[in-house]
Write a protein that binds this ligand. Structure first.
Ligand SMILES: Nc1ncnc2c1ncn2[C@@H]1O[C@H](COP(=O)(O)OP(=O)(O)OP(=O)(O)O)[C@@H](O)[C@H]1O
Ligand SMILES: [Mg+2]
Length: 168
């Protein structure tokens, strides 16, 4: 597993990071998004959908828990969760929401810590913190995605983002 630290200086940059990850995302990838209210989890997901070639507008699934986004052929490709309103992981299991992990799409999960024990071990994890327009973002990903993430890094460095690998 690799952990990167980076900084986003605008909502657009956070969206672009989502877009770059969306371009390399594959079915069954699980992307967890943690950070306070207004951290930019939904902004990231908006970019993610764009990078995956999905044209629908992404809105917060807070009240519905999960929103599905289909491609132009009507095939579901992105499952966007916001588990903020679940009180515990049992609510997640009771609603059968863990079945989404077996579906052929990308899962993006806001407030994933609420359902920590239900999450697959292998995932892409973002944690976002900060205020004003600055967000410190930590990104971890499994080794099998090294090549994909080197593309993400290349794309984002062109946008002026800098990456630090605390392991180096
Ligand atoms: N660098 C940045 N990255 C992301 N958002 C930023 C940044 N700077 C400012 N913002 C603002 O922060 C807000 C992020 O809102 P967003 O809905 O994406 O947060 P969220 O983490 O999904 O919150 P919630 O927990 O309520 O769902 C937006 O109003 C956005 O304009
Ligand atoms: Mg949100």
């Amino acid at each position: 597993m690799t952990v990167w630290k980076t900084v986003s200086t605008s909502v657009e940059m956070t969206e672009k990071l989502g877009e770059a990850i969306g371009k390399v995302a594959a079915p069954f990838d699980v992307i967890t998004l943690d950070g306070d209210l207004g951290a930019g989890k939904t902004a990231f997901t908006r970019g993610l959908a764009r990078g995956m070639g999905l044209s629908s507008r992404v809105t917060s699934p807070t009240f519905t828990i999960v929103n599905e986004y289909n491609d132009q052929q009507g095939v579901p490709r992105l499952f966007h969760f916001d588990t903020y309103r679940l009180s515990c992981v049992d609510d997640f299991y009771d609603a059968g929401l863990d079945e989404y992990f077996d579906r052929e799409g990308v899962c993006a999960i806001e407030w994933s810590s609420v359902i920590a024990e239900a999450l697959p071990e292998e995932r892409i994890a973002l944690s976002i913190s900060g205020n004003d327009n600055t967000r410190e973002i930590s990104i971890s990903f499994p080794d099998r995605l090294n090549e994909a993430f080197s593309k993400v890094k290349e794309t984002m460095e062109k946008e002026g983002m800098r990456f630090e690998d605390p392991g180096m």
